[in-house]
Design a binder for this molecule. Sequence first.
Ligand code: PNS
Length: 160
Amino acid sequence: MHAIYPGSFDPVTMGHIDIILRAAAQFDELTVAVLINHNKKGLFTIEERLDLLRESLKEYPEIKIESFSGLLIDYAAKKGEPVILRGLRAISDFENEMQLALANKNSNRNIETLFMVSNPKYSFLSSSLIREIAAFQGDVSNLVPPAVEKALRLKYKEGL
Ligand code: PNS
C-alpha cells in the first residue's frame, strides 16, 4: 500500500520524522509531500524545505520526497489514489483533521485518510513553535534534525 504524508514542513520537526519513519515501516511505499502555498510565504522556501527533508531522511532513500500545489485530493488522485496519512498530536488537532479528511472524502471516496498517533515525546511540537523558539535563539537541538537546527541558525543570523 502507498501512503502520502502531506504537510507544510516549515520546517520538518522530530515529530514529523517520528511519524515518517513509523509510517515507512507500515506501508510499501511512502511519499512525503510538501504543499506549495502561494498565499503563505513561510520561513523556508519550498526548495529549502525539500532539501531539509532530503538531508534529514538521507539514510532512507526509499522514502520519496515531493512537492505539490493545489488540492491535496487532486494530487493524490494523480498519484494513483494512495492513502493520506496525518499525525494526531492531541484532541485539539482532531477538529481540523476531521474536517480535512471529510472534505477530501467528499471529493474522492476512493481515497482514505488514516491517522497515526504522535509520539508523546513530541506531542507539544509544531513547526510554528520551533520557528518561535529559534527566532529568539532558543535551543531546539532535540526537537529538529541537525540540518534543520543549522538552517534555522543561519536563517535567523541572516535576519531573515
Ligand atoms: O502541515 P500542515 O500545514 O498541517 O498541512 C496541511 C495540509 C497541507 C495537509 C493541508 O492544508 C492541505 O491539504 N492543503 C492543500 C489544499 C487542500 O487540499 N485543502 C483542503 C481542501 S478541503
